[in-house]
Design a protein around this ligand. Structure first.
Ligand SMILES: [Zn+2]
Length: 361
């Protein structure tokens, strides 16, 4: 894997700033924290759905998400991704088909993962989930310096570390994370949502709000402000997996799928966004195997926690569905892809992995 990484960096050096026809004016990124490729491509895991003596409700899992084949199960879990996006976009990372997506960073936890996604640099010195302002420039920050994106960039995240990951002070775009209220002159709905987030159960004890708040606050912000670069940082999947609640982990993934449906419906029904917006969905890290309980965890020592996936749909994304191509892609290639989709080359003061070729046809 290291060989391939070195080669990728060399290729990046050779990349010409070829700005062909730019079809995408806007990019929206949705991250689902620690959501496994196993469930994305295979639906509810057979071992975990019938685990004897499980502390979560297996009957609920079976009732809502079980079916005999993996194809049926994944459709039950994520009907929008396997209905609409599988027809109109691309799904990368099905390892059973030989299509591999990995984190290039060795840490396999959240801050290093989000750093890799948005800076394109699998920086080994980014090795903490602490609220440390990120020294690496991210692609939103880079693009936000161009007049067409200035003030048209935002991130809404459930976890209160996103402001540090994006280095909001230096980046200068809006990061609404944790339990922060949306500032400024607000619509009635925004005022309500600001209030509501504090009234929902504080399941994750102060540092992270529920995704239902993050999603609706972010969507309303899009409706009011029409950002051209937007990030939704969802976190419920990771929290419920750590708690060993497979039932709620699946429920969170299923709800995320429906939020993505709502988001795409809004995008495609709004002249500002319709047919000129690319949606990228991915995760910061994988998790361990079902067998032995590894699925609850991730990190350097957890086998499989570097295994991730990328889903995309938009005007330059081929409608080829699930990729069965033998390939090895890395998380860090997303940053340059975002820039390239809007016709820019991400040039900054740290190395950046090259864009994913098949996401910009
Ligand atoms: Zn985690």
């Amino acid at each position: 894997m290291m060989k391939k990484l070195v080669l990728l960096f060399m290729l990046q050096g050779l990349t010409v700033a070829a700005i062909s026809q730019v079809k995408s004016q806007n990019v929206v990124v949705v991250t689902m924290d620690g959501f496994r490729w196993q469930e994305l491509f295979g639906g509810a895991d057979s071992l975990l759905s019938f685990e004897a003596g499980a502390k979560y409700n297996t009957k609920y899992v079976q009732r809502r998400f079980w079916a005999d084949s993996e194809m049926e199960r994944r459709k039950k879990l994520m009907p929008f991704l396997w209905g609409e996006i599988a027809k109109k976009g691309m799904l990368l990372g099905n390892r059973q088909a030989g299509n591999f997506v990995n984190t290039a960073n060795m840490h396999r936890f959240s801050y290093p993962g989000y750093n890799e996604i948005f800076t394109g640099f699998p920086d080994s010195t980014v090795n903490s989930n602490g609220k440390i302002p990120n020294k690496n420039e991210n692609v939103f920050e880079y693009l936000n310096k161009f007049p067409e994106f200035k003030g048209k960039t935002a991130s809404f995240g459930s976890w209160d570390v996103f402001a540090s990951i994006f280095n909001e002070k230096r980046s200068g775009f809006l990061v609404n994370d944790g339990f922060r209220d949306v500032p400024g002159k607000l619509t009635d709905k925004q005022t309500e949502l600001n209030r509501l987030q504090h009234e929902l159960p504080d399941l994750f004890h102060g540092g992270e709000r529920l995704d239902v708040a993050t999603f609706h606050m972010g969507l309303e912000y899009m409706k009011v402000n029409q950002p051209r670069l937007m990030h939704f940082g969802l976190g419920d999947t990771d929290e419920f997996a750590h708690a060993g609640q497979y039932d709620l982990y699946l429920d969170a993934a299923n709800k995320s799928d429906d939020w993505i449906r709502q988001l795409w419906a809004y995008i495609q029904s709004t002249p500002f966004y319709a047919n000129k917006t690319t949606l990228i969905i991915t995760t910061d890290h994988g998790r361990g195997q079902a067998k032995g309980g590894g699925w609850k965890d991730h990190g350097r020592e957890v086998t499989g926690a570097d295994q991730i996936w990328i889903v995309a749909v938009g005007p330059s994304i081929p409608a080829s569905g699930e990729s069965a191509q033998k390939d090895q892609l890395f998380q860090g290639q997303i940053a340059a892809t975002i820039a390239k989709l809007v016709g820019k080359e991400f040039k900054t003061n740290h190395p950046v992995l090259p864009a994913i070729p098949m996401l910009n046809k």
